[in-house]
Design a protein around this ligand. Structure first.
Ligand code: TXD
Length: 326
């Protein structure tokens, strides 16, 4: 007998989190979500038995760690039914010599199919898109699914800011814990790290003892090229630990209604002067998804840099239009 149902209590249940794509990031997303007890996890992939294998291995790790996630793998979209959160990494990743934009042709076709199926089976979900080229892929997902803009968000800024924070920590020797950094714009080489809004325990980065414009410029440059740096080292694919950790932080903020501020690709409708464009801006993530886009005053040069970054996203969106996707 199910006592709670019979007595009509309000009941809590675990969140259901679906990962579309069970590759390098997908597997780590599942591991981190389980380790943080965020809910039950479904790993979906088109490759036969891969998600089932990863899921079973991960599920068995929960016994060791004393965790309570049920983790399953599938090749059938039906199994994501009713998911609260869907995180999409489906597609191909970069290899050395490739830009994120080179992935557009292949990943657009994949994203269209993913969006149609998420709409069919998890129409109430909050969706975090990770696949590259990020800003164009999250745009495509939203257009195909028709999901409200509160429910669709692209992960890139959290990762780019984490890279910037790491480089600031390496340079100053101060704990990453006390370092905040801000990156705006598209997830490409034209992204806009904002040093003025980056702080060490509240102290603006440019004011920190020993900091020089040259050092800041070098860290900003390394941040912009941070993805490529990892691709060049790995040789067989792109970054996966930090991207997974970044999307999990966003997921936590939604599930626990934390209302944290993250830089993330959100659909702008007039904000920062952009219309109908997904681009990295500061957002508040809470139980209602993207609850707010925070508009901060930018200097002329910051504004110009953001505009330039947006124009490279607009070019990709145009290509999607020419290919008939949007
Ligand atoms: O900041 C960011 N947004 C990113 C994005 C940071 C790093 C990497 N970023 C991108 O994430 C990267 O350029 C890729 O487009 C995605 C996923 O990267 P990952 O490293 O996880 O790639 P993998 O290991 O190749 O995994 C992709 C999986 C793989 O298992 C494929 O079989 C699967 O996607 N795949 C599909 N799944 C579902 N449906 C379809 N159609 C499909 N096609 C391939």
């Amino acid at each position: 007998m199910e006592i709670s149902k019979e007595q009509g209590f309000n009941t809590f249940r675990r969140a259901k989190i679906a990962m579309i794509g069970a590759g390098m990031i997908g597997g780590n997303l599942a591991l981190m979500a389980a380790q943080k007890n965020l809910g039950d996890i479904v790993l979906f992939d088109v490759v036969e038995s891969l998600p089932q294998g990863k899921a079973l291995d991960l599920y068995e790790s929960t016994a060791v760690d004393g965790l309570n996630s049920v983790i399953t793998g599938t090749n059938n979209y039906k199994d994501i039914s009713g998911a609260d959160i869907v995180i999409i990494t489906a597609g191909i990743a970069r290899k050395p010599g490739m830009s994120r934009d080179d992935l557009l042709n292949t990943n657009a076709g994949i994203m269209k199919t993913v969006a149609e199926n998420v709409k069919k089976y998890a129409s109430e979900a909050f969706v975090i898109v990770i696949s590259n080229p990020l800003d164009a892929m999250v745009y495509l997902f939203q257009k195909v699914s028709g999901f409200k803009r509160e429910r669709v968000i692209g992960m890139a800024g959290v990762l780019d800011a984490a890279r910037f924070r790491t480089f600031i920590s390496m340079e100053t020797g101060i704990s990453v814990e006390d370092i905040n950094a801000f990156v705006l714009g598209g997830h490409g080489d034209t992204m806009v790290p904002l040093s003025r809004y980056s702080t060490l325990a509240g102290i603006p980065l440019p004011d920190f003892p020993g900091m020089t414009p040259e050092k800041i410029a070098a860290m900003e440059d390394r941040t912009r090229k941070g993805g490529g740096e990892i691709v060049a080292l790995l040789k067989t694919g792109s970054a996966f630990y930090a991207p997974a950790a970044s999307a999990i932080a966003m997921t936590e903020s939604i599930i626990h209604d934390k209302k944290r501020i993250f830089p993330a690709a959100a659909l702008c409708k007039g904000e920062y002067g952009f219309n109908d464009l997904f681009i990295g801006v500061p957002v508040v993530l809470g139980g209602r998804g993207v609850e707010k886009i925070i508009e901060v005053k930018l200097t002329e040069s910051e504004q110009a840099a953001l505009k330039e970054s947006a124009s490279s996203v607009e070019e990709l969106v145009e290509v999607l239009g020419k290919m008939g996707y949007v």
